[in-house]
Design a protein. Structure first.
Length: 1275
């Protein structure tokens, strides 16, 4: 900031410091002041006394890669613009007793480092021959460098020039290229904050970040959050905005967010960097008592609940607490303490799929072939297109002539409520049931801090935080059920540190601390005992939701992150060198209850369709009509499609009783040293250079409960490609995947090899041209590494640890004889029990019986890590400019580019690979394309011409009574052929194919975390910030960006339902398209405005006190935000390359048909399309291995405004005791923001084969309007 424009006032003369006189200075050819050589030597010799003097310092930890202090820099010039060296610059803060002193260098520059952030600083500038200069009310931001240029006026010491910085937090950044916003503590109190236990709302008030947490093209699990330098990230799941132990708003002094332009001291992870600092005590007592209240009387109803006539959810919320801070010993010992309590009784809107009354009574409805009928017909909209079967007719059509299952219909009638939303479900036999489920939440937080100045050179501090929470974290399955999933949080953290001024040019900061995440997710009550019943089959829309909440998945985890940080700063002339780093040792204790048996009812197992059991008037050549009917019909019979169970074993091989969980204990070590140099080349140019080194050990299980796959993805996949191209079959035509004991405890191999070469260089600059000191250009280039491989390890070992966990699955039926299978397969009345298999022994080959791989036929899944895994990284580029306008306004415009390389990506090693028939040369893809095209053209599957591939690969006896093998294959799976479901088609044929034809015979799916991900991001980031003046302050961020990748899935989420996989590992760029989080336009903003009425303001400045109590002291604030729609993929309900990878549908180019037009249909549902049936018709299923483009459509736009109205009452003005009243309205306009389309249930509302549901919006993004009233007494 150029402060020469500020006015001055006169004060008493200041004592001149004993430094070089102005007469001793001369100018060089550039007009700069020059120090004579002999006096320059004297300055160097006396630098120990004159360069930096710290007289008092309240400790605030600055740890390497987690900065929690601040800096002030600037250039001192005369009225002609010439720089002045040797000027004394003193920074003080009376409230904390700190004082810093430095002299400007030969370029006129000064720099004050390692300053505790906060308000109330004053800068005094003095040198002989010039009038003293003072800048009051300076605010310094955490992890930021404030620029405060000074222009001195020739004159004596008798006149001092004083200016007021007005506490402005936003200045031009003349030192580096970081991009992001700072927020001082006062803003947290002046803005409507939804959750007082966390300032995470501020995370999204940054340029380049989405509401979901994707930051300048980085995935959501790559963000890094520190509090007082401690790692507070969710290391197990990588959830955005989760702060271990919480960080209540009233306990936070400073917040800094950086979204791009990272420096060498960047923390782990390539996403946003967010640093928070806990408040400290000062020489003045300060504190507050507060209460924030919400209830139903001021809350709007959820849009969908109101639409369906469901009552408004209950809400009674009270957040309350207080804080106090002050001196124990003046200028020596300080303390701060904060308490937060939160008691919330609320409900959440839920929708379940339930049977329609006719189906619950035993009537099976289906789509008929009446004139004009399509698959979009529903019982409540087109009853003439719906026919039905009575229970008697069902019994007649049942090949076993048993008829409907009494057990199934007893369950449907006793367990499921009546539908109240006919726009949900398939509209034939199922609908939706909306209700409000209670989710109470009780939360308590304690935060304390003590600062002690042992001496002027050594300071200590200690910080502690304790979190206690009991919450119902999941909706009940149906009203009246016991609490579904109770979450208990007992997390805490602590830190202790020391600041040491070694000399006037050397400073060291040391911190030790631990963050402990202690989470427990309790097990829901399971009324079914040791098994769970499901109507989900994995390839058709769910008929009805499960009758009870799944008991599987209850878990607890205890993650301890202990860390040591050290940061050393050395000022060498124009260079400021920093070196340091951290070392962490991390212990993970994770236990997940998965030991339950399961029974799946309906289609499934080895039966995918029942064409021989369909009524004659079923809508022909329509996969949707067949899927809906086949599943409902077979489910009504109570057919058991499959049974399964998960069994856990101890390290000694003993099977644990059901239900059970094995506790895993993991350890890994992380370190990240760095060195950086900030070089002030001249008064206008600063260059930053540095090198960061990251080394993370491979996590290992300390009890020996660790299993490792020995073959890399590339080795295995290359063998499959070679075998498929040559047309070779047989059990051993592809190497069998083998698991062995792994980890240090077993003296075995690790999951992958440690990466010793993860060096991350950084180069940046900041340039302020002499002709325009209010403009700064900056740029940077750097490499950053990801940090979330541990998330994938925890996910994988919980789900698939073959030597210590065995999954048993019994798949029933044979799709080539679907009718016979329905007749003979077990039904729910006589479902077999599931027994534990024999104790596995290493080396172990999953799903191999007597050397024969059987996993494909049984539909078995696997997840593991690639032994050749490397650390993912990104190349980041930025270039931008800043300009300070009149009115305390700063504009920042930046380009940010990110190029992700070897990113974590889940690929299916067992996927389809085009297999060549060696006899004819025809490929599997060619044969599949031919029969798909013929069936779609209306040709009967039973009369297709022979395709050589099917004739040779299926053998001479497969055709039965049909003319050829091709017709027999298509007739047994007509729906799969119709929609192009290549993967399920080959899996259905696998009992009649030789092993390893088209797919791996060992697994139906073999998901491996690989480095096959890549991304590209380009964004224009614009920020306009106005410092407080005339009562107005605001920040506006606009981001125009495009992110492209081939998968966006985070490490802890398993890819499924066509979401998250590399579409085709043979062609990794096949699904290169818009990222899942790609959003073209993003606007976030915040503002505060003190209304100009009342004493001391523009209008009514002389009002009587009583009138001022009514009119004066009012202010308004808000957080408006808007963004365009997020990318999404229309899916084909056809699984092509992968067994669980739902392929994007092929678009015919009719952009008019897919135009967005969110509106309510006549049946009460809401759609994203102007015409959903026409939109679905614009897409088609895969053509052989050819699939559509990923994420080509856009979801709903988003608009929300949180607003606040506040009034301050002076209770005891002379002691600065005030009462503050606030009324905050979240989503003040009650604007309904619809959530993105649902990818659940294998397609959900993105499935083109369910035209009536295609594009349907079923949930809200955010809450309806909520009004909060609060009161605070502050002193």
């Amino acid at each position: 900031m150029d402060i020469s424009l500020w006015s001055c006032d006169c004060t008493a003369p200041l004592q001149e410091p004993p430094v070089i006189t102005i007469s001793a200075l001369s100018r060089d050819y550039r007009g700069r002041y020059r120090v004579p050589p002999e006096e320059n030597h004297a300055l160097l010799r006396s630098s120990s006394r004159r360069t930096i003097v710290l007289s008092q310092l309240v400790l605030a930890s600055t740890v390497a890669l987690s900065q929690t202090t601040a800096s002030v820099t600037g250039v001192v010039t005369d009225p002609a613009g010439a720089v002045i060296p040797g000027v004394t610059v003193v920074l003080t803060n009376p409230s904390t007793g700190v004082k810093y002193q430095v002299k400007s260098d030969s370029a006129g520059s000064y720099r004050l480092s390692n300053i505790p952030p906060g308000p109330g600083y004053q800068i005094d500038v003095t040198t002989p021959g010039f009038s003293p200069y003072a800048v009051k009310n300076v605010y310094v931001d955490v992890a930021n460098t404030r620029t405060q240029n000074v222009q001195l006026t020739p004159g004596g010491a008798s006149v001092e020039i004083k200016v007021n910085a007005d506490g402005n937090a936003v200045t031009l950044n003349t030192t580096d290229a970081t991009i992001g916003n700072n927020f001082e503590v006062s803003k947290l109190q002046d803005l409507p904050v939804y959750d007082r236990s966390s300032p995470s709302v501020l995370f999204t008030l940054q340029p380049g970040i989405t509401l979901g947490g994707a930051t300048t093209g980085a995935r959501t699990d790559q963000n890094n959050v520190t509090v007082d330098g401690l790692d507070t990230n969710d290391l197990a799941n990588g959830n955005f905005t989760v702060i271990t132990g919480n960080a209540p708003v009233d306990s936070i002094q400073e917040f800094r967010g950086t979204t791009a332009g990272f420096s060498a001291d960047n923390g782990p992870g390539g996403g946003g960097q967010f640093q928070l600092v806990t408040r400290s005590g000062t020489n003045e007592w300060h504190g507050n008592i507060n209460e924030y209240h919400r209830d139903n009387s001021t809350t709007a109803n959820d849009w969908f609940d109101a639409n369906d006539g469901v009552a408004q959810p209950e809400l009674v919320q009270n957040q309350f607490g207080g804080s106090v801070g002050g001196p124990i010993l003046h200028d020596k010992l300080f303390f701060f303490f904060n308490y937060l309590g939160s008691r919330i009784a609320e409900q959440t809107a839920v929708e379940r799929t339930v049977p329609l009354p006719a189906f619950a009574a035993g009537t099976i409805s289906y789509l008929n072939n009446n004139a004009g009928c399509t698959s979009a017909a529903r019982l409540n909209t087109d009853p003439s297109c719906i026919s039905s079967l009575s229970p008697t007719q069902v019994q007649q059509m049942d090949p076993a002539h048993v008829g409907e299952s009494p057990q199934v219909f007893a369950l449907l009638n006793s367990r499921y409520p009546a539908a109240n939303d006919l726009t949900y479900g398939d509209g034939l036999n199922s609908g939706g049931f909306r209700f409000n489920s209670p989710e109470p939440d009780n939360k308590t937080n304690y935060t304390g801090r003590v600062d002690y100045a042992f001496s002027p050179q050594i300071k200590f501090y200690g910080i502690g935080n304790v979190a206690r929470e009991n919450q119902v974290d999941g909706a009940e399955q149906f009203p009246g059920d016991p609490a579904s999933q109770q979450f208990v949080d007992r997390s805490y953290r602590y830190a202790a540190g020391m600041d040491w001024e070694i000399s006037q040019s050397k400073f060291n900061q040391f911190t030790y601390g631990s963050t402990v995440a202690d989470y427990n997710y309790s097990q829901p009550q399971n009324a079914e005992g040791l098994y769970q019943l499901s109507f989900f089959n994995g390839f058709t829309p769910t008929l009805v939701d499960n009758p009870y909440s799944s008991p599987s998945g209850a878990s607890n985890r205890h993650v301890v992150v202990s860390q040591v940080n050290d940061n050393f700063t050395w000022t060498l002339g124009r260079h400021q060198v920093e070196l340091g780093g951290y070392f962490k040792w991390i212990h993970y204790m994770v236990a997940t209850t998965s030991g339950y048996d399961s029974y799946n009812i309906g289609l499934g197992g080895h039966v995918y369709s029942t064409p021989g059991l369909e009524p004659a008037n079923l809508l022909p050549s329509n996969s949707t009509a067949s899927e809906y009917y086949d599943n409902a019909f077979v489910s009504s019979l109570g057919r058991v499609a499959s049974t399964g169970g998960t069994f856990n074993y101890t390290a000694a091989g003993t099977v644990l009783p059901q239900p059970s969980a094995n506790t895993r204990k993991w350890v890994d070590y992380q370190m990240q040293p760095y060195i950086s140099d900030s070089w002030k080349v001249n008064p206008h140019l600063t260059i930053n250079a540095g090198l960061n080194y990251q080394f993370f050990t491979v996590p290992y299980e300390t009890q020996g409960l660790e299993t490792i796959q020995t073959t890399t993805f590339d080795q295995y996949f290359a063998a499959r490609e070679t075998q498929s191209t040559a047309g070779i079959t047989g059990n051993n035509s592809v190497p069998l995947v083998t698991y062995v004991l792994g980890g240090k405890k077993n003296n075995g191999p690790g999951f992958y090899h440690s990466n010793f070469l993860d060096f991350a260089p950084h180069l940046g600059f900041a340039f302020s041209p002499s002709f325009d000191p209010k403009t700064v250009f900056n740029g940077s280039a750097s490499i950053v590494y990801d940090r979330t491989v541990i998330n994938a390890i925890l996910n994988q070992q919980i789900e698939f640890s073959y030597l210590f966990q065995q999954n048993v699955t019994n798949q029933n039926g044979d799709n080539s004889n679907a009718t016979g299978s329905v007749a003979t397969d077990p039904r729910i009345a006589s479902a077999p029990t599931v027994s534990a298999p024999a104790t596995p022994k290493a080396p172990f080959q999953p799903w191999v019986t007597n050397g024969v791989p059987v996993g494909l036929q049984e539909g078995q899944f696997n997840t593991t890590l690639d032994p050749s895994l490397k650390t993912p990284y990104s190349i980041l580029l930025s270039f931008g400019m800043q300009h300070q306008f009149a009115g305390n306004t700063v504009l920042k415009v930046n380009y940010v580019g990110r190029f992700g390389r070897r990113l974590l990506a889940q690929a299916d090693a067992a996927q389809l690979i085009d297999f060549t028939d060696s006899a004819s040369g025809q490929t599997m893809n060619q044969a599949m394309q031919n029969i798909e095209r013929e069936v779609r053209a209306g040709k009967s599957p039973a009369s297709l011409p022979a395709e050589p591939w099917f004739e040779h690969q299926l053998g001479p006896n497969y055709k039965g009574n049909l003319p050829n093998n091709t017709s027999a294959a298509a007739s047994s799976n007509p729906n799969l052929v119709q929609i192009g479901d290549f993967g399920d088609f080959i899996q259905a044929l696998s009992p009649n194919l030789q092993p390893n034809v088209g797919m791996s015979a060992q697994f139906g799916e073999n998901t491996i975390f690989t480095n096959k991900g890549f991304s590209s991001y380009g964004g224009l980031l614009v920020t306009l910030q106005k410092n407080l003046s005339h009562g107005v302050q605001f920040d506006v961020n606009y981001t125009w960006s495009h992110s492209i990748d081939n998968t966006s899935e985070v490490a802890n989420d398993g890819a499924a339902s066509g979401y998250g996989f590399v579409c085709d590992a043979v062609h990794p760029r096949e699904c290169r398209g818009n990222s899942d989080f790609d959003t073209t336009h993003y606007i976030t903003s915040d503002f505060t405005y003190a209304l100009p009425f009342g004493r001391g303001r523009s209008f009514g400045s002389n009002l009587p006190m009583i009138a001022d109590e009514v009119i004066g002291g009012w202010s308004v604030s808000g957080i408006p935000s808007w963004h365009s729609g997020q990318a999404w993929s229309p899916l084909s309900n056809a699984f092509v390359a992968g067994f669980s990878n739902d392929a994007p549908a092929i678009f015919n180019g009719d952009t008019h048909a897919v135009r967005r037009g969110i509106h309510k249909l006549s049946n009460g549902s809401v759609t994203v399309f102007a015409d959903p049936v026409a939109a679905a018709a614009a897409f088609s299923g895969p053509d052989g291995l050819t699939i559509g483009s990923r994420n080509i459509l856009r979801g709903p736009n988003y608009f929300n405004t949180d607003a606040g109205l506040a009034k301050t009452f002076a209770l005891i003005p002379e002691r600065n005791v005030n009462f503050k009243f606030r009324a905050d309205a979240f989503n003040v306009f009650n604007h309904p923001n619809f959530d993105d389309l649902d990818y659940g249930s294998y397609g959900g509302q993105v499935n083109i084969t369910a035209a009536s549901n295609f594009g349907q919006l079923t949930a809200m993004n955010g809450k309806p309007r909520v009004l909060q009233l609060s009161g605070r007494i502050e002193f």
